[in-house]
Design a protein around this ligand. Sequence first.
Ligand code: FAD
Ligand code: NAP
Length: 533
Amino acid sequence: MPPASLDAIIIGAGFAGMYQLLTLRDRLGLHVHLLEAASGVGGTWFWNRYPGARCDSESHSYCYGFSKELLEEWEWSERYPEQPEILRYLNHVADRFDLRRNISFNTRVTACTYDEAANLWHVTTATGETHSARYLITAVGCLSSANIPNIPGLEDFQGQWYHTGEWPHDGVDFTGKRVGQIGTGSTGIQAVPVIAETAAHLTVFQRTANYSVPAHNAPLTREFKNWVKTSHAEIRAVMKSTPNGHPFTIADRKVADVSPEEREALYEAAWAKGGLQFRATFQDLLVNRQANDTAADFLKRKIRGTVKDPKTAEILSDIDHPYAAKRPPIDSHYFETFNRPNVELVDLRAAPIERITQTGIKTTDAEYNLDIIVFATGFDAMTGPLFRLNLTGRDGLKLTDAWRAGPETWLGLGVPGFPNLFTITGPGSPSVLCNMPVCIEQHVDWITDCIAHMRAHGQTTIEAQPEAALKWSDAVDAAANATLLPEAGHSWYLGANVPGKPRRFMPYAGGMAHYRNICNDITAKNYEGFTLA
Ligand code: FAD
Ligand code: NAP
């Protein structure tokens, strides 16, 4: 139970909320409480327990950097650890920094209302409790609102169905079952090889074909672990300097700088190394369509060289968007899995799903009998979790109305009309285009410094200015349009995966290092674009 008088309420106990709790409580000495819908900490890693779930940021970079001791004492086992290991890590952080005493679990926030007269946020939970605080900080994640498509007939299905982002804690036994999986994004690509190992039969329903690069996951060697332990400063320096917060730099060369033979050799070397780093082979892959085509062509050839059945290979490699214009997955034997006799691919572009029946999935040209349906259909990303908070700002302004045409924020941190609300990794921040712990720590530090500044100067409200938000929306559009990212017209970056959602490129594509400088500059200019009173 939180104390009656609070300085700040934080919503969400993933990477973001936990660190925000620590900084406000232990650095600033504030009375702060965190409300979390789940029964434990971890956020993404609490909910996404589907088979094959693991990170695809490299483990030594997918962790907090704020504590030297924490960095030195924690040891990752693999290049890309599985969900249970990441969840163990986040539980370790909660224990080590004694965070649980300020967290209410099993507490879903259902409404947040700004009270101008009292200059307080009133936060209501599903159980009807209300808590109030000066500052409201959303740490609800960009990918925490499951997108279960509205396919007619789901209620008739007699088997079991699951969304990967709300996976049962005691697991799902696929042994001897006929399984259908909808979705071939990062999640689906991780799940397919693992489900195929035990299912009697797995039918993969693909709407949009996707690229993937092998993860080449493996246990970390003692030598690598030792190197990590002694090299945190230099690893972090690289992560801070790059556009995407990963521990590798992007090559200086452009595709046209090298001969076709050299290019092929570079792609082969990147393929052999595996992981998201494939993107970094050339600096112009995400900005020049001709350059991108060379990577796309290489990856499509790899699919055709791996998948033995020519028709299946064709459907898997018939990819309609530039490489990495959608979040590029990495995999462990995804394409190889289609060579198994118990795995079948269904091309939904050729024959879309008509309905779900009592016994399975019916497309326009066939019916598939299934015991289990797995929805690997992604999330109502970025704005979805914020809308579910039913935020009401100054003068009764609802966030859903303010963002009817798409999100408008100042730096992804503040929203005009919503005083004293901070949105960690909100729309308009680099967030999902970055190795997320890096951008989360930057946001949390910025918010903490801002609140410290306000307290030092006797200020009690901060609010983003509408002109600043408009200007920033233009900057977000311009940054996206300078890349090939908007060319994947069906991507969740644009909100296109959720029917009725306005199409607007939501994350800031100008790079994390550049964004950090912008934020520092705003601070130096006395919080330009915010009104402090
Ligand atoms: P989350 O971890 O999403 O936590 C948000 C929390 O808020 C949740 O616990 C949720 O229950 C809570 N919450 C939401 N709404 C409410 C409410 N109304 N009331 C109360 N509580 C609420 N990023 C990377 O950089 N690298 C990766 O390799 C990577 N792998 C990923 C793998 C998967 C399967 C997924 C889905 C995402 C992955 N991501 C990855 C993105 C990942 O979401 C972030 O890295 C990071 O975990 C986000 O932390 P967060 O604290 O911002 O949000
Ligand atoms: P996603 O990328 O949005 O993919 C969803 C998949 O479901 C797509 O193939 C989509 O097809 C399909 N789909 C959605 N609705 C459908 C419908 N009605 N009928 C048929 N198919 C439908 O979701 P995700 O794979 O869960 O990944 C979301 C994000 O989470 C990632 O991009 C990444 O940021 C993060 N993530 C990271 C990791 C990791 O780092 N290890 C792992 C998993 C997820 P269309 O493309 O045609 O819409």
